[in-house]
Ligand binder design. Structure first.
Ligand code: ADP
Ligand code: MG
Length: 715
């Protein structure tokens, strides 16, 4: 019988030869508890003995991995009391002296005759070829051509060669592995089978074999995630009860049509497409769960309002939630303005003149912490009775047990997180059992493959087009003080031309207090110095909410020329007359954040500038700023960001059950993410409940297990 991974998961490591309680305790520190954990504890890298750097060929200054044998180790104390171990090694072609400071255990560890792999830089010291504190991997007495190097822990007492031996034994005892992937799919994707993959990753005959093995196992990881996500999505489509909105046949019925007619501009093709996709969702009887990806300034608000109006038109309510109060307030202003003078049919039965034919104004309310107790009470009553059509607020809108008469559409702005709990909170807000439709909007685009993984259970609409007539923002990097003088000159010139500017102060992770102080100092300096003739305002997170709102309002009314701010203005702030964005100490910000900040200008037809001020102190910082200077395309920048930072930060919160990605990388394996999704869909199309893919279902449950995958085993 071919071995199933679940069987190995049920065997404790103590089943392996030579693993007693002590060793098991050590392995547990590396999270290896079952034989399956052992099997999926993969090598960090490989030493190719057939292609090793020879000591004799190494050049001074070069970093290299060398496979050597210990000749002798001695230890002594340096003059200032530090421990110093000196180890002589050889590989037959030459000799090398290794010095370890503060690692006294090396003397005993590196006994004569031991084979070790060293990674370090070759130095020349007093005529002697040396390495200082190299990385040491103990590989044991291995004769294989390719030696796997496992992440080891000297502290836990687990060495690479321990792991290698245990993996070898696991492989030998496991025999053949059952393969959850059909031969036809394997052949099509040129993937090796499971047995070959596990052998190839732990004891490859060649580097090529190791790479082939890795590809198969990484694909399995990605496939499990996609099967889980696609299944979850389809399951919801099949079972969750939503509201079949009456949105007419076209782009959304009379109210939505009226809204579009009244806009002072034409919708972009991308906006029309996204609205069409949303209306198709709303029309259906299962709840929408859609992500709207759009670059800064691509016009997501109009799309969101169209969705909210579609709900209102059918007698339901809409809610828009923003991540901060400032943004909620701003959305409220903007949306009230967009919907000014709109009426809806009054269906209030208690109305003496009620019934068909009579209209009442469409009502949009703002509900935040600043709403007075009295207003709040009234608003809550009106939400419950249905006389409020659209509510705008922060996340408190759904989390605080606020009652809606019939919540039809929820828009979540600038938010990456919308989890199971939030969805559950929505459940009792709709009409009867129906779950409201949800549209999530991202602040910054994320790469397609990352979206597929992180938001794989959502449908995605993309606004990949900016409204016409925008003059691209010119981005410059001001590295020197001379450059900086030019920055302030330009701020003054633009203000003289009737425009406005933002100055964003350094982000200080450690403390909001420090951040505020630095903003205050910048404000003081600029008001007294470079910008002394201008009307400068200050905005930061510690200001009382009312003062924050006042400052924003003054800036909007053009009572202020320049707004010095912390990142509170990062998202959503919309003042089209502002044409200069100055970001101080720009290397402290990430790409996404810089792109967001830059998106605060270039919102009108006038030419806009973004200045990134400050020297880069490292390679990444330089690469980030250069990317911003080069591109204003958020999707392109998202790819650069993924390249620079890896997926960790993108995955962020939506991590539940997705830490199965041991080998696969959203960065390195982009094309495989796409293939895994295609295969997942293909499998689930033919076999929606995985009845004929029992092994695959079992593994999804095993690796991504827990609550998130209950559904796989139900039904
Ligand atoms: P974001 O996607 O960043 O949230 P917004 O919805 O705030 O973008 O829109 C940015 C600006 O573009 C707003 O000032 C809005 O009025 C304007 N806008 C939106 N759609 C269009 C369009 N189709 N044509 C011209 N301007 C538009
Ligand atoms: Mg927006």
């Amino acid at each position: 019988m071919a071995r199933r991974l679940l069987q190995l998961a049920e065997l404790p490591v103590t089943e392996l030869k030579g693993v007693g309680d002590t060793k098991a305790g050590s392995l547990a520190k590396l999270n290896i508890r079952s034989v399956l954990d052992m099997l999926t504890y993969y090598p960090r890298r490989y030493i190719d003995r057939t292609n090793q750097a020879k000591l004799a060929d190494l050049e001074v200054g070069e970093e290299a991995t060398v496979l050597v044998q210990v000749v002798r180790s001695t230890s002594r104390r340096t003059r200032n009391g530090k421990s110093m171990v000196t180890t002589d090694v050889t590989d037959g072609t030459g000799r090398l002296q290794i010095t370890f400071f503060n690692q006294p255990f090396r003397e005993r560890q590196l006994a004569p005759g031991l084979d070790v792999v060293l990674f370090g830089r070759l130095e020349l010291f007093q005529g002697q070829r040396k390495m200082t504190n190299p990385v040491v991997d103990l590989i044991g007495d291995r004769t294989a051509k390719i030696v796997p190097v496992y992440p080891q822990s000297e502290k836990a007492g687990v060495m690479s060669w321990d792991v290698a031996r245990l993996c070898e034994e696991t492989l030998k005892r496991a025999g053949e592995f059952a393969d959850p992937l059909d031969v036809s799919i394997r052949d099509r994707l040129e993937l090796v089978d499971r047995t070959a993959a596990f052998r190839g990753i732990h004891s490859p005959e060649s580097m090529r074999e190791a790479a082939t093995a890795r590809r198969r196992l990484a694909f399995d990881e990605l496939l499990r995630v996609q099967v889980e996500l696609v299944h979850r999505k389809r399951e919801m489509e099949r079972t969750a009860v939503g509201i079949a909105h009456d949105v007419g046949a076209g782009a959304g019925g009379p109210l939505v049509a009226r809204f579009h007619e009244r806009l002072p501009y034409e919708l972009t093709a991308a906006q029309k497409r996204a609205i069409g996709e949303i209306m198709d969702d709303l029309r259906k009887g299962h709840p929408m769960h859609r992500l709207l990806q759009g670059d800064v300034g691509s016009g997501k608000t109009v799309v969101a309002v169209s969705a909210l109006l579609a709900a209102v038109q059918g007698g339901h309510q809409g809610a828009l939630m923003a991540p901060t109060e400032v943004l909620a307030e701003q959305h409220h202003l903007g949306i009230r303005h967009l919907l000014d003078g709109f009426t809806v049919p009054d269906t209030d039965d208690g109305n003496l003149f009620g019934g068909a034919g009579l209209d009442r104004p469409l009502r949009v309310v703002l509900l935040t912490n600043r709403t007075s107790a009295g207003d709040r009470r009234r608003i809550l009553a009106d939400l419950a009775s249905g006389s409020v059509d659209i509510a705008i607020g922060t996340h408190a809108l759904i989390s605080e047990g606020i009652e809606f008469q019939s919540l039809g559409v929820v828009v979540i702005d600038e938010q990456h997180r919308f989890g199971v709990e939030q969805r559950a909170a929505l459940r009792d807000k709709g009409a009867g059992e129906a779950i409201p439709d949800v549209l999530v909007m991202t602040a910054t685009p994320i790469p397609r493959t990352a979206a597929m993984t992180v938001y794989g259970d959502l449908d995605v609409s993309v606004l990949d087009e900016l409204p016409p007539g925008r003059t691209p923002i010119v981005t410059r990097w001001a590295k020197s003080e001379l450059d900086e003088m030019e920055v302030w000159q330009q701020v003054r010139d633009e203000v003289a031309a009737g425009r406005q500017a933002y100055v964003v102060c350094p982000l200080i992770d450690e403390s909001e207090k420090l951040e505020v102080r630095s903003a205050q100092e910048t404000f003081d300096e600029l008001s007294a110095g470079e910008l002394s003739d201008l009307r400068v305002g200050l905005l930061h997170g510690r200001l009382p909410a009312s003062e924050k709102a006042d400052v924003m309002e003054s800036f909007r009314r053009r009572d202020l020329d320049v707004l010095v701010a912390t990142t509170v203005i990062e998202v959503g702030v919309d003042v089209p007359n502002a044409t200069v964005m100055v970001i101080l100490d720009a290397t402290r910000f990430g790409i996404a954040q810089l792109h967001q900040l830059r998106g605060r200008v270039g919102r009108g037809s006038a030419k806009s500038w973004c200045w990134l001020v400050g020297e880069a102190t490292n390679f990444d910082g330089e690469a980030r700023l250069e990317a911003l200077v080069r591109s204003t395309d958020g999707f392109e920048l998202a790819e650069v960001d993924l390249d620079l930072r890896g997926e960790g930060t993108i995955m962020g919160e939506r991590q539940k059950g997705q830490n199965d990605l041991k080998l696969a990388s959203l960065r390195r394996d982009r094309e495989w993410v796409v293939k895994a999704r295609e295969v997942a869909m293909e499998i689930l199309d033919a076999d929606p409940d995985l009845a004929d893919h029992e092994l695959l279902a079992e593994e999804v449950e095993l690796f991504l297990g827990g609550e998130d995958v209950d559904f796989l085993l139900k039904s």
